[in-house]
Design a protein around this ligand. Sequence first.
Ligand SMILES: Nc1ncnc2c1ncn2[C@@H]1O[C@H](COP(=O)(O)OP(=O)(O)OP(=O)(O)O)[C@@H](O)[C@H]1O
Length: 281
Amino acid sequence: MDETAVRVRGLRKRYGDLDAVNGVDLDIPRGEVFALLGPNGAGKSTTVEILEGHRRRTGGEVSVLDLDPGRPTRGWRARIGIVPQTSNEQPQLSVREMVRHFAGYYPAPRDPDEVIEAVGLTGKADARLSVLSGGQRRRVDVALGIVGDPELLFLDEPTTGFDPDARRRFWQLIKGLAGGGTTILLTTHYLDEAEALADRVGVIAGGRLVEVAPPGDLGGRATAKARVRWTGPEGPQSLETDSPTQVVAELGHRFDGEVPGLTVTRPTLEDTYLSMIGAGR
Ligand SMILES: Nc1ncnc2c1ncn2[C@@H]1O[C@H](COP(=O)(O)OP(=O)(O)OP(=O)(O)O)[C@@H](O)[C@H]1O
């Protein structure tokens, strides 16, 4: 068995004159949680849909769980789970009926009630989908994506519409799946989500992967200088430094105690991300 779950070389997708995906190379090892970040229209969904076997590519080579998704088989489909950006559920069915119905498509599904519990919908198991809130429906989508006990799970903007508590619970669920060895590829607009979940993040802008790195290293964050700010007798002061601890110690001496207005900051993932996609535009 290949230890690479997803292998992409020179992937291209053209819509008329538009190069929506323009030469993407990517390897995702088995067991990794990989987050694809990028602004609206960057090419995230197009890339993911090609990997899922739901969209034809214009060029390049793709292997997903050792198979070309351009020629999917039934057996291969059963090994992947998909939470698409928009779902087409049957509003007249209950949550339990829907999850059971989907479980029937897979050779070795998870227990539907356990899956409903995992997404926090036990109290709504008998409710029709038509009466659920937007965030609750999204949780049903996640349940349908995992009920087949997939080796590889695609999540396209999975927590859009979730309240903060539901997002945290969803993150726990994803961490649990990842801990059990499921490979996960997610797209998201939430930087905190990428930071909380992903082993590595790929930033895509204008159909190209601008960078792939662990969230802490993205755009040189790990080695970025810290900025120390304080207020001196001459007014607000600011200094960029590799050794903020030393600077703060010296300031402590100079002020003989508390340093007025002292802050030490490094670029956040959001700072880094915004400068990266700014450069990619
Ligand atoms: N079926 C299609 N026909 C023509 N153009 C398309 C089609 N699907 C997507 N596009 C275009 O391809 C580009 C990439 O779209 P894609 O949906 O992959 O972006 P995305 O990164 O997923 O964006 P979002 O964050 O808004 O979901 C966009 O400019 C979009 O308008």
